[in-house]
Structures are given as C-alpha cells and as structure tokens.
Design a binder for this molecule. Structure first.
Ligand code: UTP
Length: 292
C-alpha cells in the first residue's frame, strides 16, 4: 500500500462569512494570537509526516505565499540581536516546514472543484486534505490519526465528530457502523441534510480526510450539488458507496475559522495557554468576567 506523503490545503474560498475582514485578506491568514490559521494547519501536516503540500489559492492570496517564504530583510534586521534570536528562529522555521506548492483555482466553484485542481500534483498516490479554515489542535495531530487509519484499513478516511441536530444541517451526515476503537465503516453520506429523514447519523466530516487518487475520476463526473458548487462530499459519498470509507472520531479541538464566533473561541482558548501572554490574559479574563 502506498504511504501518504502529500497533502492538499484548499484555501480558495471567498470567506463571505467573515467579511469585511476577508475583503482583501485571505481568511486563512487570520491570526490565532500570533500565528495565522494556515500555519497551524501546515504544522499539523508536517507533524504527521507530510513532505509535500499543495495550497489551492485564488486571486489576492499572495500573502499566503509570502508567509511561507524566506524574508531576507526581516531576517537581517533580527540577526545579531540576542533578544530577537527566538523570533528569528520562528520566522526561518516557517519557511522550512515542508515543500509548499501553489496552484490557483480560477473560479470559485466549490471544494470538490478546488480538490480537482490538485490532480497533477497528487498523481497516483493517496493524499491528505486539510480544509484551510479548520484549525484542529491537540497532542496527536489529526492528519496523522487519519493516516494511521488509512494504513490499517486501506480505504479513504474522513475525520468526524458528533454534532447537534441543528448543526448537522450546515455540515454532512454519515451512515456509519462501528469497527473498533474510534473507527467506523462509512458506507454513505449526504451534504447539508435539511429534512430530519435525510439525516443518516449525527457524525459529520470536520475538516480532514485522506483520499485515494480514484477520487479525481469521481469528481470529474460529479455534477454541481448544494449551493450550485461541486461538493467534495458528493464525490466522497460515491466513494463510500462503492468501496466504503473509514470514519475516525478524532481527538483534538476544532476551531472553525470560517465564522466569527469560531475565530473568537480559538483566540481566547489559545491565548489562555500561550507561554508569553497566557497568565496575564487569564487574569484579565477573570476580572472581565465579573462585569458580565
Ligand atoms: P467554505 O465553504 O467554508 O469556504 O469551504 P468559503 O466559500 O470561503 O466560505 P463562506 O464564503 O464564508 O461561506 C471550506 C474550505 O474550502 C475552500 C475554502 O477556502 C475553505 O478552506 N474552498 C471553498 C475552496 O478552496 N474553493 C472553493 O471554491 C470553495
């Protein structure tokens, strides 16, 4: 079985739920305390053993490329100053996380269409997908948890969590049966089920999957679905029905950086544990909470 060495990060959405912040700035560059969301995601992929990463971008996302590049002027300014040494190391480290490639999705036609833009990069290998606006933090990188399930069961893998009946209408719903531990066999799925009878279970895909290269052929045959976009879930549903997929109820805390509340939750929770500002931020929050 082929190992998972490549990852794709779709980051070509319009981010309309976070306007006006995302009018000119990609939502993937929104910071959680002092790091842009996409850096957490690239770090997760690198910690999971991924060597090559393709980021799907669109117009106006040059900032993403700059972030993972070297910054000679900045590095020169920080060099030689003992108190700036740690930050210099952090800046250089970003450009060494992985081999990062970019391709543009020329029209915003949905997540499935964005993944199709990765066909040449991926070739005949399995690959991980990390949604550019889902930051998942925890001891054990989620991408790695999914790769282990790929190696164990040899089928495409989706990262799932149970969500509320209200929330599932905005996500996907999976038909699952238990395998072992946190793994399930998934044999069908539906995107954004609106009626109660369309809900297959409260397990929903949240931000991560590992796909076999056959997904590209399926995507090419997938007609536009919900919202008139080519939905990755529709293609994965076909894959699940044809050969089954493994669903992993992953460990880790997920932050949805595609909506305003998710961004605030990420900021507060990461700040509380931040080595530099954590302690004073906690004291500040305690004081503030007395006035709420
Ligand atoms: P979303 O649907 O959450 O992203 O897609 P969006 O379109 O930016 O969201 P709105 O406008 O606030 O509703 C999930 C992921 O897929 C990427 C997004 O960048 C995000 O990381 N995506 C979505 C693409 O790369 N291309 C697309 O055409 C759509």
């Amino acid at each position: 079985m082929k190992h998972v060495r490549k990852a794709v990060i779709p980051a070509a959405g319009l981010g309309t739920r976070v306007l006006p912040a995302t009018k000119a700035m990609p939502k993937e560059m929104l910071p959680i305390v002092d790091k842009p969301a996409i850096q957490y995601i690239v770090e997760e992929a690198a910690a999971s053993g991924i060597e090559d990463i393709l980021i799907i971008t669109n117009r106006g996302k040059g900032l993403l490329e700059d972030h993972f590049d070297r910054a000679p002027e900045l590095e020169a300014r920080l060099t030689g100053s003992p108190e700036k040494e740690a930050v210099l190391e952090q800046i250089v480290h970003i450009s060494r996380l992985a081999n990062i490639f970019y391709v543009r999705q020329k029209e915003t036609k949905g997540l499935g269409h964005a993944i199709l833009c990765a066909k040449e990069f991926v070739g005949d290998e399995p690959f991980a997908v990390l949604y550019g606006d889902d930051v998942i933090l925890g001891e054990d990188p989620v991408c790695g948890q999914l790769i282990r399930a790929w190696e164990r069961y040899g089928k495409g893998v989706v990262g799932v969590k149970e969500v509320s009946e209200e929330a599932i209408k905005k996500y996907s719903s999976l038909k699952v049966e238990p395998l072992e531990g946190s793994c399930f066999l998934c044999t069908d799925m539906v995107e954004k089920p609106q009626r109660k009878e369309d809900i297959l279970s409260l397990y929903s895909i949240l931000g991560r999957c590992v796909l076999p290269p056959e997904i590209f052929g399926i995507l090419e045959r997938t007609a536009p679905g919900a919202g008139g976009e080519i939905q990755l879930t529709d293609a994965m549903a076909a894959l699940a029905r044809e050969q089954g997929m493994t669903a992993v109820d992953f460990t880790g805390t997920r932050y949805d950086m595609g909506n305003k509340l998710g961004i605030l939750q990420a900021t507060v929770e990461v700040a509380l544990h931040h080595p530099e500002v954590g302690e004073s931020f906690r004291a500040y929050l305690k004081e503030l909470s007395k006035t709420l």
